[in-house]
Design a binder for this molecule. Structure first.
Ligand code: FES
Ligand code: FE
Length: 477
């Protein structure tokens, strides 16, 4: 017998958006979240408008476009954008919609070009977005079209930190440094600046469709430690890793402003003092190259003892670094950054980059990148476990039966008898909140509270800042 699984459901048991958001707010006070938010057309549309067009979103790493003319095609929410390095070295995030009729002017994932020619009628734009040519101009238009009016739209805000390029489709955002705050930016430094030369991508991203919601992936990487001993137990069974049962005991959460959240593991306590820096201390050729003299004392302690294993920079940019169990190979540590690109309610395209250190030679870098793919590539031993579990959630969220039952998901892990102190670490001197446990699902709530904050802020009539006249704003490109 074939059981038809609910894919999308917006029938008689759907809750109007504002009512649903109010319900989310009151449910969260009891550590519950209505299932419906993980698969709903209305929620998804509001997310695109209220979150993805209004906050900083990661688009590329500078090492992907090192030379003048380099470009990669990316997305901000549902919108295709081209991230380019122009002739002056500037970075541009261009809308990939031709201003004539909207055809995508760039049809390839990556390359090097001084201009983009639309395949439909041939309007041509320089790699900073300026309209520079219209075929048969004399006969068709009589005089050149004004580039001020007809160039490609550009993301109004583009900034980088440690090579990570973020863009915002709204001008009305705080500077990137403020958005990342003292927390996520500080953690990004700990992750990528152990060596002053920093990191680079090992290659283009893997991309694959997962029938899961972007929030599920985001909250998992924000700090779902609880799933490791069960969902990933098969990796223990084939002896690639051991000790997952104790993972919550040695974990610690880092909850920062603006919903950015990381969770680390106290490796030096669990394994031994030699296992510093994610285990890099146990692998020749790494830790002796690191220089953390510029880190503050807390950052040094985090890097050496309880470094972040996973993390999510709100809304959809995540990170993982762990000791890689490549069978038969030398020990290694891999670094992967990933992005949960929303495609539709309950559906994402997962983009995954392996990162390596700039000081590494090609052979060593490739070894670590392969270790990353082995764990978190499209066929990775961890990745497959996670994505199967995530795909169950939008099914539950779209179920007519569960909507009738008003199903809510459970986010509370504490009780009189747990004996685990989940309260914020009173001795913590770093930014945000640190807890000395992986229990509690506090990290996920830090992420979801930020989601709710944006969702409850209705979008303005346009993306023009409040102090700018709409007509002035629209005249710009
Ligand atoms: Fe691009 Fe016509 S749609 S030139
Ligand atoms: Fe997992």
């Amino acid at each position: 017998m074939t059981v038809t699984e609910p894919d999308r459901f917006n029938g008689i048991f759907s809750t109007p958006l504002n009512e649903l958001l109010d319900k989310v707010e009151t449910s969260m006070e009891q550590d519950l979240v209505p299932a419906e938010i993980f698969n709903s057309d209305e929620v998804f549309q509001a997310e695109m408008e209220r979150i993805f067009t209004r906050v900083w979103v990661f688009v590329a790493h500078e090492s992907e476009i090192p030379n003048a003319g380099d470009f990669v095609q990316r997305r901000i929410g549902l919108d295709p954008v081209i991230v380019t390095r122009d002739g002056k070295g500037g970075i541009n995030v261009l809308s990939n919609y031709c201003r004539h009729r909207g055809t995508q002017v760039c049809q390839t994932d990556a390359g090097n070009s001084r201009f983009f020619t639309c395949p439909y009628h041939g309007w041509t734009y320089s790699n900073d977005g300026t309209l520079i040519g219209t075929p048969l101009m004399q006969r068709a238009y009589g005089e050149p079209l004004d580039p001020k009016l007809w160039s490609l739209k550009k993301a109004p805000k583009v900034e980088s930190r440690n090579g990570f390029i973020f863009a915002s489709l709204s001008e009305d955002v705080p500077p990137l440094e403020e958005w990342l705050g003292g927390g996520a930016g500080w953690m990004l430094d700990i992750i990528t600046q152990l060596h002053p030369d920093g990191m680079r991508v090992a290659g283009p991203p893997d991309r694959y469709i997962v029938n899961g919601d972007w929030k599920t992936a985001g909250e998992n990487f924000a700090g779902d430690v609880y799933h490791l001993p069960t969902l990933h137990n098969s990796i223990q069974e084939i002896d690639l890793i051991q000790g997952l049962q104790g993972t919550c005991e040695i974990a610690g959460t880092y909850e920062f402003d603006n919903g950015h959240t990381f969770v680390g593991h106290h490796w030096t306590e669990a394994i031994g003092p030699f296992f510093t820096y994610w285990g890099y201390g146990a692998v020749p050729g790494y830790a002796e190259n690191f220089d953390v003299s510029g880190f503050d004392e807390t950052a040094k302690w985090v890097a050496e003892n309880q470094p972040p294993t996973v993390g999510t920079i709100f809304p959809n940019f995540s990170f993982i670094r762990i000791f890689s169990p490549l069978p038969g190979g030398r020990p290694g540590v891999f670094t992967s950054f990933r992005q949960w690109q929303p495609v539709a309610p309950g559906k994402i395209e997962l983009w995954s980059w392996q990162f390596v250190w700039n000081f590494q030679d090609e052979e060593s870098a490739q070894y670590d990148a392969v270790g990353g793919q082995f764990c978190f590539g499209s066929a990775g031993v961890y990745e497959q476990d996670d994505t199967v579990a995530w795909e169950g959630i939008p099914r539950a969220a779209a179920s007519p039966w569960m909507r009738k039952e008003d199903m809510k998901f459970h986010y509370k892990q504490e009780g009189a008898n747990t004996g685990v102190d989940q309260s914020p670490d009173p001795d913590w001197k770093g930014p945000g909140i640190h807890r000395n446990t992986g229990y509690g699902e506090h990290a996920q709530f830090n992420f979801l509270r930020q989601w709710l904050k944006h969702m409850k802020t209705e979008a303005p009539a346009s993306n023009c800042p409040a102090d700018k006249k709409k007509s002035t704003c629209e005249g710009e490109h």
